[in-house]
Design a protein around this ligand. Sequence first.
Ligand code: GDP
Length: 296
Amino acid sequence: MASALTDKLSRLVKEMRGQARITESNVQDMLREVRMALLEADVALPVVRDFIARVKDKALGQEVLGSLKPGQTLVSIVNRELAATMGEGISDINLAAQPPAIILMAGLQGAGKTTTTAKLAKHLIEKRKKKVLTVSGDVYRPAAIEQLKTVTKQAGAEWFPSTPDQKPQDIARAALDYAKKHYFDVLLVDTAGRLAIDEALMKEIKDLHATLNPVETLFVVDAMQGQDAINTAKAFKEALPLTGIVLTKLDGDSRGGAALSVRQITGAPIKFAGVSEKIDGLEVFDAERHAGRILG
Ligand code: GDP
């Protein structure tokens, strides 16, 4: 598949014509183009540096120097390395727990947690044939609780009521009790976000995690967040043992470089991609396809 980057590199190689062979310094020029492409895709700078260093090792091993199409060869090394960094074998939800399997949703406000909670509920009902309960621990925004109620209904799951005067941990315990009594397979716990990281938020979600001991702790992050994704990811990784990432709003314009940043910072697999506002807009993350998108 020809990409903008492949074209650029081919042009570079053409400019080198006349020189007897590809040299180490030509490879450095090509790597500079790769670096630009990653930065244009909004991959965070420290992640780009790290990534380029890894690719450089591979590129300078005879693979690129000796090849007839050095531009394409470098792009395919980059593609492979991108996909390997972002990909994992199994990326579906882990439900291997004494039922109900608890899934805790974490992320900033607006990242898409509530929407993704309902999308996941629908996925688990339809693809895994599970009985799913949702509950909101967002006691700061009554509208968020109502929003979860509405989208849970669309998903065909059951919603457990909560109110702003309750403590998130009490809500979680009550929902868990209810889920056990009524034989739910899965309990999805939506949580409060903030516009930016703050300590109270992190303490609250840590406490919730300790109370619930979830089998999955999913970090929901907006693909449009670009460079900032790295700081958000760092803060959530420090607070919680993340088991997976959901990258939302991949239907937008962004080239999705946040995927690489967040994957590298958290070490957690990217399990799903949000691809529309609608309830069925959730896809299993495809690392190879996404590598192509990042390279443009
Ligand atoms: P929360 O504050 O993290 O719970 O975020 P919400 O679930 O309320 O989502 C914030 C906004 O992003 C809403 O307008 C959603 O419809 C929208 N949204 C969430 N996921 C996606 C997605 O994958 N694609 C698009 N286009 N919009 C999304």
